[in-house]
Write a protein that binds this ligand. Structure first.
Ligand code: SIN
Ligand code: CO
Length: 373
């Protein structure tokens, strides 16, 4: 896929300074001549699969309904006011992955996925807000967006989806193929299909501190080191056997206060956490893997590429891939950083790779994390 000019006449730096998290941006013709990457039949096929996250939202006779996938059967295309949404299309489709990667002026640690929605005339997900930034790229047909910065984010109670109580849009645009709308978090919006249409959402992840805190405590459970065991050589005879002794409480509080963590602990936790595949992502290695020797020969000729599903990150001397962390030498790090940034390595770059790197690559190849390019 050719390099695309996504942000019209502003640079990524200007976008991040003036719009990111701040205000909406409409970019007409963000991708000139944009052609849809996935046909409706292929999208519906994905929505039928167990491991693909999908939803069907209907607004028949003025009442909202939502069904989670797998979606066996869609309402007729001729009946308006329904939409099918498929998450993570980039995990299964190389063109969708290439489109998502055009947004890498924002770090991989923040990029989430490409969701595709297909709607019949009048279809949409209703007026709502999202907790994340989003780029809404019109891929096919037309969609009328109404948006507003409202403070009242109260939702209609008792519905299976988030619908704003009092939607008060301030701007309205009809997007055509190749147009793109950026919305910051919590910006109210409602997109209604005018005829059949497809919209691609480029989504971001911003984990809650609560989620991070809970996961961090689990991570630390594997690495804390508190030697010794509670003892009370000066125990006094007491009158209240059910009461927890004061000495026991204070001694144990002192011991637990020795639990410490360093920035290194946070780095490794974060790298593992952010590169961890989602629960519905499964890797499949090659049916007939090459032997180590043949793999080395093939790699020298063709190079390697990360699988669409692989998340590879790094920080300092640590490299993270699909939830695992490695502390590596400076020379190995230089090679692996290129693989993480370019998502591929050509054969020449691997000519001087250490045995450790080649061993890691072979394991990742067997696990389906990387492929021969
Ligand atoms: C859609 O594509 O219909 C919904 C996207 C959104 O509003 O976030
Ligand atoms: Co939304």
């Amino acid at each position: 896929m050719k390099k695309i000019q996504l942000l019209g006449d502003i640079t990524p730096a200007q976008f991040l300074r003036d719009y990111w998290h701040k205000k909406p941006l409409l970019i007409r013709n963000a991708i000139p001549g944009f052609k849809p990457l996935v046909k409706l039949e292929a999208l519906a096929e994905m929505a039928r699969l167990n491991h693909v996250e999908s939803r069907l939202i209907t607004h028949f006779d003025g009442s909202w309904d939502m069904q989670h996938g797998p979606i066996e059967e869609l309402p007729p295309r001729t009946s308006g006011e329904w939409t099918m949404l498929v998450q993570g299309v980039n995990l299964y489709n190389a063109d969708a992955d290439a489109l998502l990667r055009q947004f890498r002026f924002i770090p991989d640690a923040r990029l989430d996925d490409l969701m595709i929605s297909y709607a019949t005339d009048g279809g949409g997900v209703g007026p709502h807000f999202d907790s994340y930034d989003v780029f809404l790229l019109q891929a096919q047909g037309k969609r009328r967006w109404r948006i507003g910065p409202q403070k009242d984010l109260s939702l209609v109670e008792g519905l299976p989806l988030k619908i704003l109580n009092n939607f008060t849009p301030q701007e309205e645009f009809v997007l055509e193929p190749g147009d793109m709308l950026y919305l910051p978090p919590h910006y109210a919006h409602d997109g209604i299909a005018e005829g059949e249409c497809m919209t691609y959402s480029i989504g971001f992840r911003s984990p809650s501190y609560q989620e991070l805190g809970e996961a961090f405590l689990q991570f630390m459970a594997d690495s804390i080191d508190l030697p010794g065991r509670y003892a009370d050589p000066d125990l006094d005879a007491g009158k209240h056997p059910a009461e927890i002794p004061k000495h026991m409480l204070s001694t144990i509080a002192d011991e637990l206060n020795k639990v410490r963590f360093t920035e290194d602990d946070v780095t490794i936790f974060l790298g593992e956490h952010l590169s961890e595949p989602k629960h519905n992502v499964f890797f499949k290695g090659p049916a007939k893997p090459l032997t180590v020797g043949r793999f080395a020969e093939a790699v020298a000729k063709r190079g390697v590429a990360l699988s669409l599903k692989t998340q590879m990150l790094y920080r300092g001397k640590n490299v993270f891939i699909n939830g695992e962390s490695f502390s590596v030498s400076k020379a190995d790090k230089a090679v692996l950083d290129v693989l993480a940034n370019d998502r591929r390595l050509d054969g020449a770059a691997l000519a001087d790779a250490s045995d450790d790197v080649m061993e890691a690559l072979y394991t990742w190849y067997q696990d389906g994390w990387i492929e021969l390019a």
